[in-house]
Ligand binder design. Structure first.
Ligand code: LCS
Length: 409
């Protein structure tokens, strides 16, 4: 078998999402088989020793590498334009592994203040215990990033658009600042996927994803991935991942790889529908504000379009009736699921202040621009009219439950 990806990166993302990483195997299956095995046998003791010593190439033990997982790693590396990939057991495992690989006690990290709640806590509460200091900053403000850099800054971590505020950071500008200071730029690309945004081509050194979201797309796997730009970083990351141990099992890798084959189609539909939903909500009398990178009203709309193909599938908004109205609306949806996570075929709605970002605490949330009334919607691939009708009926229910001055319904 082989995982050599014979596909030229010049092929379009739509084509690559179907073919990348598929490879050739014994018996010529058109889909990579699932190697559900923890270990691989050696022909001889000498061969085992040669494999361990790196004199011979081949599989040894599935924490160190597995053909089904390698096929997925290859696919995502091709889509991102990276040199190779490292699949991890969750998005958090990918972020932890990448930060642990490039930070040492005494180092400093600059991190977007608008990031997934547990990422914020990982850098602010856990890494500090290992002597790594972090400055959380609004990375959409390039001058603030420059101001946060220190002599010992080794990594800048940016999520763009940020979860859940959808604040957009200019990756070319931030990578220039990071590199001027000899630091690496690591970008969380979960919300866009490589179909819409390729951070390595904009100056990033490493990309991380939660595979749990758009890349898998079917809400049935938890996983993560790290895609470095250089072979040296890949080799270093592989060693660290092997020691930290947070790898993705083969069956999960198979499912994510299957999901990726429809990624381009799904991202196009997510983006088209989310734009319609965002426009509809923006015009709705019960809605105070809407944030969506594809809307002209988004503060970094132009920066986003400069570095992304479209706005993606995530929309946030707040109702005029504030947190109470938002809660009533989320309790009233029928088609949209009331659940955390995002990026699946089904639309999901959730309340960051009491759910995904509760762990950050009120002060850090306020600093990151996550108001108590903020509602986050992951727009699925259903008929958009059905999604909008569901939101409309939930908005009527919310307005009846929390009649407020100015309520028109
Ligand atoms: N990065 C981003 C941008 C995320 O949204 C998440 C998860 C992670 C990393 C962590 O990935 P995981 O370990 O869960 O695979 N975001 C979630 C969210 O917004 N709701 O539920 C999970």
């Amino acid at each position: 078998m082989t995982h050599d990806d014979a596909h030229s990166p010049d092929l379009s993302p739509e084509t690559l999402s179907v073919h990348a990483g598929i490879g050739r195997y014994e018996n010529r299956p058109v889909v990579p088989p699932i190697y559900e095995t923890s270990t691989f046998s050696f022909d001889t003791v000498e061969q085992g020793a040669a494999l361990f010593a790196g004199r011979e190439k081949g599989y040894i033990y599935s924490r160190m590498g597995n053909p089904t997982v390698r096929a997925l790693e290859n696919a995502i590396a091709t889509l991102e334009g990276g040199c190779d990939g490292l699949a991890c057991g969750s998005g958090m495992a990918a972020i932890h592994t990448a930060l642990a690989a490039f930070l040492t006690a005494g180092d400093h990290l600059v991190c977007s203040e608008a990031v997934y709640g547990p990422t914020s806590n990982l850098v602010d509460q856990v890494l500090t215990r290992f002597g790594i200091e972090t400055t959380l900053v609004d990375t959409s403000d390039t001058r603030a990033v420059a101001g946060a850099m220190q002599r010992n800054t080794k990594v800048v971590f940016v999520e763009t658009p940020g979860n859940p505020t959808l604040v957009v950071s200019d990756l070319q500008a931030v990578s220039a600042i990071a590199h001027e200071h000899g630091a690496r730029l690591i970008v969380g690309n979960t919300f866009m996927s490589p179909i819409l945004q390729q951070p390595l081509s904009l100056g990033a050194d490493v990309v991380v994803h939660s595979l749990t979201k758009f890349l898998n797309g079917h809400a049935d796997v938890v996983g993560g991935v790290i895609i470095p730009k250089t072979d040296e970083d890949y080799a270093h990351l592989r060693g660290i991942l092997n020691h930290l141990g947070g790898v993705l099992p083969p069956f999960e890798a198979f499912l994510v790889h299957r999901g990726i084959r429809t990624l381009a189609l799904r991202m196009e539909k997510h983006s088209r529908s989310a734009l319609e939903v965002a426009k509809h909500l923006e015009a709705h009398p019960e809605v105070e504000w809407v944030r969506y990178p594809g809307l002209e009203s988004h503060p970094q709309h132009e920066v986003h379009l400069k570095q992304c193909r479209s706005g993606g599938g995530m929309v946030t908004f707040e109702l005029k009736g504030g947190v109470e109205a938002g809660r009533a609306m989320m309790n009233a949806v029928k088609l949209c699921g009331l659940a955390v996570s995002l990026g699946g075929v089904e639309s999901l709605i959730q309340h960051p202040a009491s759910m995904t970002h509760a762990i950050m605490g009120q002060e850090a949330r306020a600093q990151a621009g996550i108001s108590d009334g903020l509602v986050r919607l992951s727009v699925g691939i259903e008929a958009v009219d059905d999604v909008i009708a569901d939101l409309d009926q939930a908005l009527v229910a919310a307005s009846q439950a929390t009649a407020h001055p100015g309520s028109t319904v």
